[in-house]
Ligand binder design. Structure first.
Ligand code: NAD
Ligand code: MG
Length: 393
């Protein structure tokens, strides 16, 4: 049986790995639509490679280039937000949500159609609008499967028991490129150094989030919404080998863990499975060859973004939305070399504390979440201007 698939963020790191899985499973999937951000030629290439029926580019100005690159192929195309929505609306059994950042929220939310499966990579959708998003997931009977490797592992581990018997659900962090660096050395780190992840090859925003450990904080918030677990039943362990991705400790002391080699094709294939798992021709985990697995507690002194995210999760209300928005602006400024590494956490903290007195309730709709997101971004942009080192030169 063939299942139809639409891929949002098809030209990115997760999108490309998804394309590899689909190519390896030619008989299992038919690609309906692919969506990309700005790169028309890369989108045309993936559309051709996958034999998609429709390609949509978010950037309106790239429409002509996309059309030209697809001419003679019979693949339809469009550009701008209406084309992205058209792609999302087209009939497809599964939608892979792999746009990066909060830009992924609106298209991912629009993809929630009754009975559909969503393979969710875009964690920011849940961090920004978790309660509203999950309410619609339940109302529309969406089969939501996490692509994030830690959540994919937890999804399996949690199937071994019941939510009320979970004492702790733990996600692991490889520790990023600065795991062994001193605080002083990290303080002077460039965005290029922060992007050199020792294990995973990823998009630029998640790369920086992995270096600050904000990624792990966002993942705690993601886990809270996906699995209905409160902050005090969630934890993080540093695990440099990145083999154990998630663990569940049960009330009787037993632990169920999800293990795999660190290759995103494994959780992607898993999230795309149907009644049966796909047969993937990937290297197998050889624990004897690896020999040792090591674990450590995260150092929140050197990686304050993790404690900021934990605090936002505990505070609840709109605080995760605000944290996420401030982080996106701060990361973009760091990548542009406008601020230093620890300015990211300082700015996020400053923006969160500006809003903390207002005790804003958790947004009840995606539109409400996006309004709060925009307000927090404005505050974050002001904070960037105050920190901006290029302005001081
Ligand atoms: P990436 O930057 O490599 O790719 C992002 C994709 O989104 C690209 O196709 C880009 O063109 C598209 N895009 C960006 N802005 C858009 C917009 N406004 N409209 C439409 N498309 C747009 O990012 P990535 O590493 O593939 O990550 C994607 C998502 O998956 C993120 O939310 C990330 O947190 C999550 N994730 C990634 C990994 C990984 O290993 N890369 C692992 C777990 C979770
Ligand atoms: Mg992850």
């Amino acid at each position: 049986m063939t299942f139809s698939l639409t891929i949002l963020g098809a030209t990115g790191s997760i999108g490309r790995s998804t394309a590899d899985v689909v190519i390896a499973q030619r008989d299992a999937f038919r690609v309906e639509a692919v969506v990309g951000g700005r790169d028309a030629l890369a989108l045309a290439q993936v559309a051709r490679r996958l034999g998609a029926r429709f390609a949509a580019l978010a950037d309106e100005s790239g429409g002509e280039a996309l059309k030209e690159a697809l001419s003679g192929t019979g693949i339809g195309s469009g550009a701008g937000q209406s084309a992205v929505l058209e792609a999302v609306e087209r009939e497809a059994d599964t939608v892979v949500a792999a746009i990066s950042g909060t830009a992924g929220l609106a298209p991912t939310h629009a993809a929630l159609k009754p009975g559909r499966r969503i393979a969710l990579a875009n964690k920011e959708s849940l961090v920004c609008a978790g309660a509203a998003f999950m309410a619609d997931v339940r109302r529309l009977c969406i089969d939501l499967l996490p692509v994030d490797s830690e959540h994919n592992a937890l999804d399996h581990a949690l199937a071994a028991g019941m939510n009320r018997d979970v004492e702790k659900a733990v996600i692991t962090a490889s520790g990023g490129p600065f795991r062994t660096w001193t605080r002083e050395r990290i303080a002077g780190a460039s965005a290029k150094e922060a992007s050199a992840h020792p294990i995973w090859s990823m998009g630029s925003k998640i790369n920086i989030d992995s270096a600050t450990l904000m990624n792990k904080g966002l993942e705690l918030i993601e886990a809270h919404h996906l699995f209905d677990l409160e902050a005090d039943r969630l934890d993080v362990l540093v695990h440099p080998e990145a083999i154990v991705h998630g663990l569940v400790q049960w009330s009787d002391g037993a632990v169920t863990a999800g293990l795999a080699l660190p290759d995103m094709k494994v959780p992607i294939a898993n999230a795309l499975r149907n009644e049966r798992r796909l047969r993937m021709d990937l290297p197998r985990l050889d624990l004897a060859a690896i020999g040792r697995l090591s674990f450590d507690r995260p150092d929140e002194e050197r990686f304050p973004c993790l404690s900021l995210a934990k605090a936002a999760l505990k505070a609840g209300g709109a605080m995760p939305t605000i944290l996420n928005a401030a982080n996106e602006i701060a990361v973009a400024a760091y990548v542009a070399d406008r601020i230093g590494f620890y300015d990211i956490s300082e700015m996020v903290e400053a923006v969160c504390s500006t809003f903390s007195g207002r005790r804003l309730a958790a947004p009840e709709t995606v539109a409400e979440a996006l309004n709060i997101d925009e307000e927090a971004r404005r505050a974050a942009r002001q904070a960037v201007s105050a920190h901006d080192r290029t302005a001081r030169l």
